[in-house]
Design a protein around this ligand. Sequence first.
Ligand code: NAP
Length: 283
Amino acid sequence: MSAQILDGKALSQLRRVALAERVSKLLAKGTTPRLDVIVASQDPASIAYASMKRRWAEAAGMKGESYEVGPETSHNELLELVFRLNANTNIHGILLQHPLPPQLDELDALLHLGAEKDVDGITPQSLGRLVANMPGFRCATPLGIIHMLEHYGIDPTGKRAVVIGRSVIVGKPMALLLLQKNATVTIAHSKTENLAELCRTADILVAAVGRPELVKGDWIKPGAVVIDAGYNKVEGRKFDVGDVEFESASQVASWITPVPGGVGPMTVVTLLENTVDAAEKKA
Ligand code: NAP
């Protein structure tokens, strides 16, 4: 392996220490930062991620509740829950953990989520603010990736970036944040032709696809920075598998994120940081 590791696990630990210090200042002023999560009851992976977020929040001195929604939950019930959380002044952040059960209209629920509590930055209002370069919450996964690049001294200015994936929660905001950092950005998706060839032009390659090990070592420009946002359950593999084939990619890249231990922990700490930002603003 020649690539250096972008160690999201270690960096998230550092940031959690700083986070706990900010939380203790808020506690001294009588404010307990609180992040509440709405999660699908029949999705074990989502429940596991939500409980990890709660554990990390509690370890930092924060609070949080989870609300499970299932096949029996109506859209009106979901909206009532969102309104109730919006109105509760003790709650600083609300996360709708994607994916929700199919009968629930996630986009409509996001339209009703108070922008001042949208700590994952995925409501249309927050995304509009991102497009307009206005202050507001930025999506936790892409912002965590930007923090990682900053920490390791990787400046996207003038670099050619390719983001594979155009989802609202990862691909599109990632591309916009890289653009704000002065990269020249291309977004690829399932209809992109000659994907491997396009990837070989990237100085910074971000994979947010949801296809285990889609990106091979020979798709990567020598010396490129490779960010793997993917985590995929694969039968017979103990740990989640990324969208990049780590073994071959790490022979070619200059920097690479591992899975697990790369983007995942940065996402969680960034979500908590956004929640503390919200609580500080209110305090
Ligand atoms: P998503 O909504 O399913 O979007 C996947 C994107 O990949 C879509 O834009 C899709 O294109 C594109 N795509 C699918 N197959 C492709 C292919 N063969 N070639 C090129 N593009 C292809 O997924 P997501 O929510 O963005 O998540 C992406 C990955 O990141 C998943 O593995 C997810 O688990 C992971 N994730 C990680 C974190 C974290 O904290 N680490 C957070 C969120 C998500 P179309 O638009 O054309 O369909």
